[in-house]
Design a protein around this ligand. Structure first.
Ligand SMILES: [Zn+2]
Ligand SMILES: [Zn+2]
Length: 137
């Protein structure tokens, strides 16, 4: 795991216990949790931390680029401790969000460029399907 202290120092972020807890949690999971899910998961260890505090910590972490915000089309955001651009897939049955690792979308940028007059810098791609567990139900 990365050294949080040095990362925060580099980003000139104050090392508050709340920010550390939220960041550590996101680094430890691949679940792409929502703020509410993070709040619930941290409750036992940080009983005094409010949902508003979790939101504030997330906002800061997103701003400095340590965490990415994912909008799969639900009413709320999901959060990812992996801030590099990568495609996601969501199960339309249980609504879990997974990473689609190793799928290279560089060509997609080039294709999009050839159909527009833009210089494409990035993309956000979400796939939707039925996960393995739900297929067996
Ligand atoms: Zn599912
Ligand atoms: Zn992800």
């Amino acid at each position: 795991m990365d050294n949080i202290t040095s990362i925060f120092r580099e980003k000139k972020l104050k090392l508050t216990p709340q920010r550390i807890a939220v960041y550590k949690y996101l680094k430890s999971t691949k679940e792409h949790p929502s703020a509410e899910m993070i709040y619930k998961a941290l409750q036992p260890e940080y009983p005094t931390m409010s949902l508003a505090t979790v939101y504030k910590a997330l906002k800061t972490l997103v701003e400095v680029g340590l965490v990415q915000e994912i909008n799969v089309g639900e009413g709320n955001f999901r959060y990812d401790g992996n801030a590099t651009s990568h495609p996601h897939i969501q199960c339309i049955s249980c609504s879990k969000v997974d990473d689609l690792e190793n799928l290279d979308l560089t060509n997609l940028n080039k294709d999009a460029e050839s159909y527009s007059k833009y210089t494409i810098l990035s993309n956000k791609v979400y796939f939707y399907g039925i996960c393995e567990d739900c297929q067996q139900k």
